[in-house]
Write a protein that binds this ligand. Structure first.
Ligand code: ADP
Ligand code: MG
Length: 237
């Protein structure tokens, strides 16, 4: 199967304007490939550069050098490093989804509306969106009495499950997950792993950052470790 994502020699160096001449390496010379239905897991110490890689892939950060070749349905093979903002916005809407490590949830919508909107803004009817949104919220075991309230009072774990539902419900072509089980107990991690399996079967390519991959070992196809900005293969998890 051909690669959905091919990362080559990717580096991100932060140049701080507050301290003259200060440069901080986020990641350097990172390379890996992800195919349809494959899950690549990245582990490593805090500050190692894991989030930096995901933010470069989502183009929240503009990489300093390297290539991020994405096999886009809309544009064909495209390098996300030098794509236009307009193309990036279209790709985020239709192809690449991202669950951030530190969560920002839209405060002015109920939990159910947040997930419904993820589908309606991608062209699905309200009726179908409602059915699928309810189904995924049930899957993630978000208590029913929270569905019709604004999520800003949710616990960390509840916010995370809502964000996972919003990012996964539309089955993106590429899904980026930054520590998606960090604030969940063992029991709540099971639906996350099961949904990752579902998306794999649907052909979604995934890159996930985890503190510990042991819980995910039966869904991870390849495991990389991040150390001081550099990525090296750690074999099968
Ligand atoms: N926006 C930024 N500006 C400056 N330095 C940053 C920025 N984002 C990350 N870094 C630095 O890059 C390094 C890697 O951070 P990060 O990718 O968040 O690591 P991890 O996710 O593995 O904990 C750290 O030294 C961090 O301080
Ligand atoms: Mg991080």
């Amino acid at each position: 199967m051909s690669a959905i994502l091919q990362v080559e020699d990717l580096s991100k160096v932060f140049v701080l304007h507050s301290v003259e001449g200060k440069r901080i390496v986020g990641c350097q010379q990172v390379g890996f490939t992800v195919r349809a239905g494959e899950f690549v897991g990245i582990t490593g110490n805090s500050g190692g550069g894991k989030t930096t890689i995901l933010k470069c892939l989502y183009r929240t950060y503009l990489p300093s050098s390297g290539k991020i070749l994405f096999d886009s349905e809309l544009f064909g093979k495209i390098d996300l490093v030098n794509s236009t903002e307009r193309d990036i916005i279209a790709i985020r809407k239709h192809e690449i989804s991202y669950v951030a490590q530190f969560l920002q949830v839209l405060p002015q919508m109920t939990a159910l509306e947040v997930v419904v909107e993820a589908l309606t803004e991608r062209g699905l009817s309200y009726e179908h969106s409602h059915i699928q949104a309810s189904s995924i919220l049930r899957h993630f075991q978000l208590p029913g009495n929270l569905w019709d309230i604004l999520p800003h009072t949710f616990s960390g774990g509840e916010k995370l499950r809502l964000n996972l539902a919003r990012a996964m419900v539309w089955r993106p072509r590429l899904l980026l997950l930054d520590e998606p089980t960090a604030s969940l107990d063992e029991q709540s991690k099971i639906p996350v792993r099961d949904m990752i399996k579902n998306l794999k079967e649907a052909g979604t390519a995934m890159v996930g950052v985890f503190h510990d991959l042991s819980f995910m070992k039966d869904v991870v196809d390849r495991h990389f470790q991040m150390h001081q900005g550099q990525l090296r293969e750690a074999g099968i998890a």
